[in-house]
Design a protein around this ligand. Structure first.
Ligand code: M6R
Length: 366
């Protein structure tokens, strides 16, 4: 049942070239420059005319939501807010019928996320679900939705659900960008091609597992980690930190890289690895300055960057390369080494990877 792997988590990490392809099957049509999402067909006019999209979720699904904010604002120019479902519910949020609420949930059973659906519907909003578990409560109660088709996720640490969520959010962003006339057909085609290339690119990252294992061996005794990224990679920093916390029991924090100098920089010393997601995108130069600041203070830098970038060799102890894609799709590739890093560290520390202490796969209490 674990497909020859020692843990479900590793199986699910390794499955991602397939699960992401499944999340796009029949939906992404690069030749025609088209995205077709059957589950949204009947509500498309309402979605296209939304004045604002509010995304609600918890945990890793909330991180995917943040990546979705970046995607939808960049490609469709619709204002997006991302809320913790638990906060949304109790804050008496200001909603109008022109708002669309998108909830994201792997299990489809998370109590706070379900409450957000009911809250949204109570305010007259369209509630759209991005859910993995077929027939789950959230899938049934939302007005429309897109299944992730990632296949069952058993490991408590969410991995393949995250990449499927981001892949579906990218499709929604492209669909809205096309329908709202923000993107030309040519731009849709270019983005759809980039999306279609992702599964093979994920495989390339997975093929580099040995380097991540070496890294895990070097840093397995650290008590703290810092993860820094900007733009589309800021949610990846949060996700990398969450993965490490929940299965390795190592304290880790994710921050937008530029926030480092507003506090966390005080923590820098040789004992705390700082993982930078530093791909050559719009904010790359700024992130490099942050890397230099950490290196100058004797900090230990691990850099995730794109293929062929040698700029960081002198600054970082490890440079992990991922293939180049368009900026907004980077989380689909940059998250992979971070999933593997947390997995290997947890195994080396003897932790129960698939069943971390105190955690349940789906949180059905508030
Ligand atoms: O099933 P859901 O996507 O609604 O679950 C949300 C969170 O409970 C979940 O992502 C949790 O944070 C995971 N353990 C993260 O790995």
């Amino acid at each position: 049942e674990k497909g020859g792997y020692e843990h479900f988590m590793l199986k699910e990490i390794m499955e991602q070239p397939h699960s992401v392809a499944d999340a796009m099957r029949g939906r992404v049509h690069p030749q025609e420059g088209q995205i077709r999402l059957g589950g949204l067909q009947k509500v498309l006019p309402q979605l296209v005319e939304a004045e604002r999209i509010v995304i609600c979720a918890c945990g890793t699904s909330w991180h995917a939501g943040l990546a979705g904010e970046y995607l939808i604002e960049a490609l469709a120019r619709v204002p997006v807010e991302v809320e913790y479902a638990s906060e949304f519910r109790y804050r008496n949020p200001v909603l109008t019928e022109r708002d669309v609420v998108i909830v994201i949930s792997q299990s489809g059973e998370t109590a706070d996320t379900l409450a957000a659906v009911r809250q949204a519907q109570g305010a007259g909003c369209l509630a759209v679900g991005l859910v993995n578990a077929v027939g789950s409560t959230i899938a049934r109660e939302t007005d429309a939705g897109v299944y992730l088709h990632a296949g069952p996720e058993i490991g408590v640490a969410s991995t393949k659900a995250f990449t499927a969520q981001v892949a579906v959010l990218a499709q929604i962003a492209l669909l809205l960008g096309a329908e709202r006339g923000v993107l030309s057909q040519d731009e849709v085609r270019r983005h759809a091609e980039a999306l279609a290339a992702i599964p093979a690119q994920i495989q390339t990252v997975l093929d580099g597992e040995e380097q991540i294992r070496r890294m895990a061996r070097d840093y397995r005794y650290a008590s703290n980690f810092l993860y820094l990224g900007r733009g589309a990679n800021f949610p990846v920093a949060l996700e990398g930190a969450l993965k490490l916390k929940e299965i390795s029991y190592i304290h880790a924090e994710g921050y937008p890289a530029a926030e480092m100098k507003h506090g966390p920089i005080a923590l820098i010393d040789q004992f705390m690895p700082v993982v930078f997601i530093a791909t050559r995108d719009a904010t790359y130069e700024k992130v490099v300055s942050n890397i230099e600041e950490v290196a100058a203070r004797g900090g230990t830098v691990i850099a995730i960057t794109d293929e062929g970038n040698r700029d960081l060799d002198a600054l970082a102890e490890y440079v992990v390369e991922v293939p180049k894609t368009i900026d907004a799709l980077e989380p689909l590739l940059t998250v992979i080494p971070l999933q593997l890093l947390s997995y290997h560290i947890a195994v080396m520390r003897g932790a129960d990877v698939d069943q971390p202490r105190n955690l349940a796969k789906s949180v059905t209490v508030e």
